[in-house]
Write a protein that binds this ligand. Structure first.
Ligand code: ROI
Length: 160
């Protein structure tokens, strides 16, 4: 299954957090990393008294189930010192399962495609960079979604 993961960090050397998270994804069982976007800098969505984020999106091919993959992503978050903190607050590493093939999940643990995507420039534009022809189940084309979502201060980090 072709899967897209959103990565975000705004604590403890965010660029390094995102780069080492990509390496951790490369080590997942039954999974190949197909493509990684550039790194992007973005102002926080949520409380404004927190640092800017580093964001990226990665494409994987995996035979892991969506729920098994979610377990693995949460394990990587914990290895990066992720702690539960205030709602929409700062975090060392966030790994979001954005898209799992053409499947739709709406259960206690998994909402896929990620319902926040249409409003999140820091997800949509990195996703468009690596999958410009993507059609997102129930949401439309990545091109339409980007057209409808302002950049909100998002910028690509050079040489990433
Ligand atoms: N804001 C930005 N810019 N990038 C994120 O990755 C991000 N992640 C979050 C919240 C707190 C919603 N804000 C964010 O989880």
């Amino acid at each position: 299954m072709r899967v897209f993961i959103g990565l975000g960090s705004n604590l403890a050397d965010p660029i390094e957090q995102v780069l080492t998270a990509v390496k951790a994804l490369q080590l997942l069982p039954d999974t190949n990393v197909i493509k990684s976007s550039s790194l992007y800098a973005s102002p926080p969505m949520g409380p404004q008294d927190q640092p800017d984020y580093t964001n990226a999106v990665v494409a994987l091919d995996t035979t892991l189930s969506a729920h098994n993959l979610l377990d693995q992503l949460q394990e990587i978050e914990l290895q990066h010192g992720r702690e539960r903190n205030r709602h929409w607050g700062e975090r060392t590493l966030d790994l979001d399962l954005l898209i799992y093939g053409d499947k739709i999940f709406n259960d206690e643990r998994l909402q896929v495609p990620h319902p926040g995507m249409p409003l999140r420039s820091f997800v949509l534009y990195p996703l468009q960079e690596i999958a410009p022809e993507l059609i997102i189940p129930g949401m439309g084309t990545i091109e339409q979604l980007c057209t409808q979502c302002p950049l909100d201060g998002l910028s690509r980090i050079e040489n990433s």
